[in-house]
Design a protein around this ligand. Structure first.
Ligand code: 9Z3
Length: 314
Protein backbone atom coordinates (compact mmCIF):
# COMPACT_ATOMS: atom_id res chain seq x y z
CA UNK A 1 0.00 0.00 0.00
CA UNK A 2 1.26 3.51 -0.82
CA UNK A 3 2.07 5.65 2.22
CA UNK A 4 0.02 8.78 2.83
CA UNK A 5 2.67 11.05 1.44
CA UNK A 6 3.12 8.95 -1.70
CA UNK A 7 -0.60 9.08 -2.27
CA UNK A 8 -0.51 12.85 -1.83
CA UNK A 9 2.06 13.27 -4.61
CA UNK A 10 0.15 10.83 -6.81
CA UNK A 11 -3.05 12.85 -6.51
CA UNK A 12 -1.70 16.44 -6.57
CA UNK A 13 -0.04 17.95 -9.62
CA UNK A 14 3.19 19.92 -9.22
CA UNK A 15 2.87 23.72 -9.38
CA UNK A 16 3.29 25.31 -12.83
CA UNK A 17 6.72 26.80 -12.06
CA UNK A 18 7.98 23.56 -10.52
CA UNK A 19 10.52 22.56 -13.18
CA UNK A 20 12.10 26.04 -13.18
CA UNK A 21 12.44 25.93 -9.41
CA UNK A 22 13.85 22.45 -9.50
CA UNK A 23 16.59 23.57 -11.93
CA UNK A 24 17.40 26.56 -9.73
CA UNK A 25 17.65 24.35 -6.65
CA UNK A 26 19.86 21.84 -8.44
CA UNK A 27 22.21 24.49 -9.79
CA UNK A 28 22.47 26.20 -6.36
CA UNK A 29 23.22 22.96 -4.50
CA UNK A 30 25.78 21.77 -7.06
CA UNK A 31 27.57 25.12 -7.04
CA UNK A 32 27.86 25.11 -3.24
CA UNK A 33 28.71 21.45 -2.81
CA UNK A 34 32.39 22.23 -2.15
CA UNK A 35 34.72 21.59 0.76
CA UNK A 36 34.15 24.10 3.54
CA UNK A 37 30.71 25.18 2.30
CA UNK A 38 27.36 24.49 3.92
CA UNK A 39 23.78 24.99 2.79
CA UNK A 40 20.75 25.66 4.95
CA UNK A 41 17.21 25.23 3.67
CA UNK A 42 15.01 27.69 5.55
CA UNK A 43 11.25 27.24 5.12
CA UNK A 44 9.17 30.23 6.11
CA UNK A 45 5.60 31.51 6.22
CA UNK A 46 2.27 29.71 6.26
CA UNK A 47 0.79 27.40 3.63
CA UNK A 48 -2.76 27.75 2.30
CA UNK A 49 -5.40 25.11 1.67
CA UNK A 50 -7.62 26.09 -1.26
CA UNK A 51 -11.32 25.25 -1.03
CA UNK A 52 -11.94 25.48 -4.80
CA UNK A 53 -9.74 24.69 -7.82
CA UNK A 54 -10.41 28.18 -9.17
CA UNK A 55 -9.56 29.53 -5.78
CA UNK A 56 -11.61 32.32 -4.28
CA UNK A 57 -11.47 31.02 -0.71
CA UNK A 58 -8.75 29.23 1.18
CA UNK A 59 -7.78 28.30 4.74
CA UNK A 60 -4.52 29.88 5.86
CA UNK A 61 -1.91 29.08 8.48
CA UNK A 62 -0.72 31.89 10.66
CA UNK A 63 2.88 33.08 10.11
CA UNK A 64 4.29 36.47 9.18
CA UNK A 65 7.51 34.86 8.01
CA UNK A 66 9.64 36.83 10.46
CA UNK A 67 11.32 33.76 12.00
CA UNK A 68 12.48 32.45 8.63
CA UNK A 69 13.46 35.81 7.16
CA UNK A 70 15.45 36.95 10.22
CA UNK A 71 17.07 33.52 10.66
CA UNK A 72 18.23 33.56 7.03
CA UNK A 73 20.16 36.78 7.64
CA UNK A 74 21.93 35.27 10.65
CA UNK A 75 22.73 32.08 8.71
CA UNK A 76 24.32 34.20 5.97
CA UNK A 77 26.35 36.03 8.62
CA UNK A 78 27.59 32.65 9.85
CA UNK A 79 28.82 31.78 6.36
CA UNK A 80 25.96 29.53 5.23
CA UNK A 81 24.48 29.51 1.75
CA UNK A 82 20.72 29.88 2.11
CA UNK A 83 17.77 28.44 0.22
CA UNK A 84 14.94 30.68 1.36
CA UNK A 85 11.78 28.71 0.59
CA UNK A 86 8.93 30.97 1.57
CA UNK A 87 5.29 31.81 1.19
CA UNK A 88 4.81 34.31 -1.61
CA UNK A 89 4.48 37.84 -0.15
CA UNK A 90 5.55 36.86 3.36
CA UNK A 91 8.53 38.63 4.95
CA UNK A 92 11.91 38.23 3.22
CA UNK A 93 15.46 38.71 4.51
CA UNK A 94 16.70 42.32 4.25
CA UNK A 95 13.49 43.89 2.89
CA UNK A 96 11.72 42.85 6.13
CA UNK A 97 13.40 45.87 7.78
CA UNK A 98 11.53 48.28 5.51
CA UNK A 99 8.02 46.98 5.66
CA UNK A 100 5.13 49.29 4.82
CA UNK A 101 6.10 52.93 4.40
CA UNK A 102 9.47 52.70 6.18
CA UNK A 103 11.57 52.86 3.01
CA UNK A 104 9.64 55.84 1.63
CA UNK A 105 10.20 57.72 4.87
CA UNK A 106 13.95 57.20 4.57
CA UNK A 107 14.17 58.99 1.23
CA UNK A 108 14.35 62.64 0.22
CA UNK A 109 13.33 64.06 -3.11
CA UNK A 110 14.66 67.26 -4.69
CA UNK A 111 13.10 68.53 -7.84
CA UNK A 112 14.12 71.35 -10.14
CA UNK A 113 13.16 72.15 -13.71
CA UNK A 114 15.88 69.85 -15.13
CA UNK A 115 15.91 66.76 -12.99
CA UNK A 116 14.81 64.87 -9.91
CA UNK A 117 17.32 63.66 -7.31
CA UNK A 118 16.50 61.00 -4.76
CA UNK A 119 18.76 60.69 -1.71
CA UNK A 120 18.72 58.77 1.55
CA UNK A 121 18.06 61.04 4.52
CA UNK A 122 21.30 61.48 6.49
CA UNK A 123 19.89 59.93 9.68
CA UNK A 124 18.67 56.88 7.73
CA UNK A 125 22.03 56.07 6.15
CA UNK A 126 23.24 54.34 9.33
CA UNK A 127 20.17 52.11 9.28
CA UNK A 128 20.13 51.34 5.58
CA UNK A 129 23.86 50.95 4.89
CA UNK A 130 24.63 47.78 6.90
CA UNK A 131 21.51 46.02 5.61
CA UNK A 132 22.22 47.02 2.01
CA UNK A 133 25.82 45.87 2.39
CA UNK A 134 24.78 42.43 3.65
CA UNK A 135 22.11 42.18 0.95
CA UNK A 136 24.60 43.00 -1.81
CA UNK A 137 27.19 40.58 -0.43
CA UNK A 138 24.65 37.73 -0.43
CA UNK A 139 23.33 38.58 -3.91
CA UNK A 140 26.71 39.19 -5.55
CA UNK A 141 28.16 36.04 -4.00
CA UNK A 142 25.17 33.99 -5.25
CA UNK A 143 24.70 32.84 -1.65
CA UNK A 144 20.91 33.07 -1.39
CA UNK A 145 18.21 31.47 -3.51
CA UNK A 146 14.58 32.55 -3.18
CA UNK A 147 11.83 30.04 -4.04
CA UNK A 148 8.16 30.53 -3.23
CA UNK A 149 5.08 28.47 -2.41
CA UNK A 150 1.49 29.36 -1.67
CA UNK A 151 -0.52 26.17 -1.14
CA UNK A 152 0.38 23.19 0.99
CA UNK A 153 0.68 21.18 -2.23
CA UNK A 154 3.24 23.66 -3.68
CA UNK A 155 5.15 23.33 -0.41
CA UNK A 156 5.17 19.53 -0.64
CA UNK A 157 6.56 19.53 -4.18
CA UNK A 158 9.22 22.11 -3.43
CA UNK A 159 10.35 20.51 -0.18
CA UNK A 160 10.91 17.12 -1.81
CA UNK A 161 12.78 18.70 -4.74
CA UNK A 162 14.97 20.70 -2.35
CA UNK A 163 15.76 17.54 -0.37
CA UNK A 164 16.74 15.64 -3.51
CA UNK A 165 19.17 18.42 -4.42
CA UNK A 166 20.55 18.67 -0.86
CA UNK A 167 21.07 14.94 -0.33
CA UNK A 168 24.54 14.83 -1.97
CA UNK A 169 25.80 17.35 0.63
CA UNK A 170 25.26 14.84 3.43
CA UNK A 171 25.91 16.29 6.89
CA UNK A 172 26.75 19.72 5.45
CA UNK A 173 23.06 20.26 4.69
CA UNK A 174 20.93 21.83 7.39
CA UNK A 175 17.13 21.89 7.21
CA UNK A 176 15.49 24.59 9.30
CA UNK A 177 11.77 23.99 8.94
CA UNK A 178 10.11 27.13 10.31
CA UNK A 179 7.17 27.28 7.87
CA UNK A 180 3.73 26.88 9.43
CA UNK A 181 2.36 23.96 7.46
CA UNK A 182 -1.36 23.17 7.32
CA UNK A 183 -2.47 20.15 9.30
CA UNK A 184 -5.68 19.68 7.28
CA UNK A 185 -6.53 19.98 3.60
CA UNK A 186 -9.23 19.32 1.02
CA UNK A 187 -7.96 16.61 -1.33
CA UNK A 188 -7.76 17.70 -4.94
CA UNK A 189 -10.34 15.12 -6.09
CA UNK A 190 -12.90 16.37 -3.55
CA UNK A 191 -12.52 20.03 -4.39
CA UNK A 192 -15.14 21.76 -6.55
CA UNK A 193 -13.85 23.41 -9.73
CA UNK A 194 -15.77 26.64 -9.29
CA UNK A 195 -16.49 29.05 -6.50
CA UNK A 196 -18.64 27.43 -3.81
CA UNK A 197 -22.11 28.99 -3.98
CA UNK A 198 -23.64 30.44 -0.84
CA UNK A 199 -27.21 29.26 -1.45
CA UNK A 200 -26.65 26.71 1.32
CA UNK A 201 -23.99 26.44 4.01
CA UNK A 202 -21.26 24.29 2.42
CA UNK A 203 -20.14 21.13 4.09
CA UNK A 204 -16.37 20.97 3.70
CA UNK A 205 -14.60 17.83 4.78
CA UNK A 206 -10.93 18.13 5.61
CA UNK A 207 -8.34 15.37 5.71
CA UNK A 208 -5.12 15.12 7.67
CA UNK A 209 -2.03 16.31 5.81
CA UNK A 210 0.64 13.58 5.71
CA UNK A 211 3.63 14.40 7.92
CA UNK A 212 6.54 15.00 5.59
CA UNK A 213 9.12 14.97 8.37
CA UNK A 214 9.01 11.21 8.22
CA UNK A 215 10.30 10.74 4.62
CA UNK A 216 12.53 13.84 4.96
CA UNK A 217 14.46 12.33 7.85
CA UNK A 218 14.40 8.67 6.95
CA UNK A 219 14.54 8.72 3.14
CA UNK A 220 15.29 11.99 1.40
CA UNK A 221 18.13 13.55 3.43
CA UNK A 222 19.07 10.83 5.94
CA UNK A 223 22.52 12.38 6.61
CA UNK A 224 21.44 16.01 6.97
CA UNK A 225 20.95 17.94 10.22
CA UNK A 226 17.19 18.44 10.47
CA UNK A 227 15.61 21.04 12.76
CA UNK A 228 11.84 21.44 13.02
CA UNK A 229 9.66 23.92 14.88
CA UNK A 230 6.71 23.16 17.10
CA UNK A 231 4.12 25.84 17.63
CA UNK A 232 1.60 25.74 20.47
CA UNK A 233 -0.61 28.21 22.28
CA UNK A 234 -0.74 26.25 25.56
CA UNK A 235 2.53 26.42 27.52
CA UNK A 236 1.63 23.24 29.44
CA UNK A 237 1.85 20.94 26.44
CA UNK A 238 4.70 22.52 24.47
CA UNK A 239 7.59 20.50 25.88
CA UNK A 240 5.83 17.14 25.65
CA UNK A 241 4.64 17.84 22.09
CA UNK A 242 8.13 18.84 21.02
CA UNK A 243 9.64 15.75 22.65
CA UNK A 244 6.98 13.50 21.03
CA UNK A 245 7.89 14.90 17.64
CA UNK A 246 11.61 14.27 18.20
CA UNK A 247 10.95 10.70 19.38
CA UNK A 248 8.68 10.00 16.46
CA UNK A 249 10.79 11.36 13.59
CA UNK A 250 14.21 10.90 15.16
CA UNK A 251 15.70 14.10 13.81
CA UNK A 252 18.22 16.26 15.65
CA UNK A 253 16.38 19.17 17.20
CA UNK A 254 12.90 20.55 17.78
CA UNK A 255 12.55 24.21 18.64
CA UNK A 256 9.33 24.79 20.55
CA UNK A 257 7.60 28.15 20.75
CA UNK A 258 4.40 29.66 22.08
CA UNK A 259 2.54 31.94 19.71
CA UNK A 260 2.33 34.90 22.09
CA UNK A 261 5.94 34.77 23.34
CA UNK A 262 7.76 33.52 20.22
CA UNK A 263 9.83 36.69 19.86
CA UNK A 264 11.22 36.44 23.44
CA UNK A 265 11.63 32.78 24.18
CA UNK A 266 11.94 29.35 22.60
CA UNK A 267 12.81 25.93 23.96
CA UNK A 268 15.46 23.70 22.36
CA UNK A 269 14.59 20.01 22.61
CA UNK A 270 17.39 17.59 21.70
CA UNK A 271 17.64 13.81 22.14
CA UNK A 272 19.74 14.40 25.29
CA UNK A 273 18.16 17.41 26.96
CA UNK A 274 16.13 20.57 26.68
CA UNK A 275 16.98 24.20 27.39
CA UNK A 276 15.51 27.67 26.96
CA UNK A 277 16.91 30.28 24.62
CA UNK A 278 15.51 33.66 25.57
CA UNK A 279 16.13 37.39 25.53
CA UNK A 280 16.23 39.68 28.55
CA UNK A 281 14.03 42.78 28.60
CA UNK A 282 17.14 44.91 28.07
CA UNK A 283 18.17 42.88 25.04
CA UNK A 284 14.72 43.27 23.54
CA UNK A 285 14.73 47.01 24.16
CA UNK A 286 18.19 47.17 22.61
CA UNK A 287 16.82 45.66 19.39
CA UNK A 288 18.41 42.20 19.73
CA UNK A 289 16.39 39.58 17.91
CA UNK A 290 15.80 36.09 19.34
CA UNK A 291 16.89 34.61 16.00
CA UNK A 292 20.47 35.70 16.73
CA UNK A 293 20.97 33.33 19.73
CA UNK A 294 18.76 30.69 18.06
CA UNK A 295 21.03 30.59 15.01
CA UNK A 296 24.28 30.60 16.99
CA UNK A 297 23.00 27.60 18.98
CA UNK A 298 21.81 25.77 15.86
CA UNK A 299 25.10 26.42 14.04
CA UNK A 300 27.07 25.20 17.06
CA UNK A 301 25.08 21.93 17.10
CA UNK A 302 25.39 21.54 13.34
CA UNK A 303 29.18 21.98 13.55
CA UNK A 304 29.42 19.32 16.27
CA UNK A 305 27.27 17.03 14.15
CA UNK A 306 29.56 17.46 11.11
CA UNK A 307 32.65 16.85 13.27
CA UNK A 308 31.00 13.73 14.71
CA UNK A 309 30.29 12.34 11.23
CA UNK A 310 33.82 13.12 10.17
CA UNK A 311 35.29 11.28 13.19
CA UNK A 312 33.09 8.23 12.77
CA UNK A 313 34.04 8.00 9.06
CA UNK A 314 37.76 7.79 9.96
C1 9Z3 B 1 7.00 28.01 13.95
O1 9Z3 B 1 6.74 27.54 15.03
C2 9Z3 B 1 7.53 29.42 13.76
O2 9Z3 B 1 8.44 29.74 14.77
C3 9Z3 B 1 6.39 30.49 13.71
C4 9Z3 B 1 7.08 31.83 13.43
C5 9Z3 B 1 5.41 30.16 12.59
C6 9Z3 B 1 5.64 30.57 15.02
P1 9Z3 B 1 6.46 34.16 12.40
O3 9Z3 B 1 6.58 33.61 10.99
O4 9Z3 B 1 6.17 32.89 13.37
O5 9Z3 B 1 7.75 34.78 12.85
O6 9Z3 B 1 5.26 35.05 12.57
N1 9Z3 B 1 6.86 27.26 12.83
C7 9Z3 B 1 6.38 25.88 12.78
C8 9Z3 B 1 4.91 25.82 12.87
C9 9Z3 B 1 4.35 24.46 12.56
O7 9Z3 B 1 3.44 24.39 11.80
N2 9Z3 B 1 4.87 23.37 13.14
C10 9Z3 B 1 4.26 22.06 13.03
C11 9Z3 B 1 3.51 21.80 14.30
O8 9Z3 B 1 3.63 22.60 15.25
C12 9Z3 B 1 5.30 21.00 12.89
S1 9Z3 B 1 6.17 21.09 11.39
O9 9Z3 B 1 2.78 20.81 14.36
Amino acid sequence: MASNWEEFYATHLPPTDFEDNRSLLKEFCERHNKPGERIVLVTSGGTTVPLEHNTVRFVDNFSAGMRGAASSEYFLEQGYNVIFMHRLKSLEPFTRHFNGQKLMDMLDLQENSRNVTITVKPDSVDVLAPILLNYKAAQDGGRILYVTFTTVSDYFWLLRAACECLAPLGAKALLYLAAAVSDFYVPSYEMPTHKIQSAAVPNISLQLVPKLLSPVVSLWVPHAFVVSFKLETDENILLSKARDSLNKYKHKLVIGNILQTRRQKVIFVTPESNYDVSLTREQMLGGIEIEEPIISNVVHSHTNFILGQFRSAK
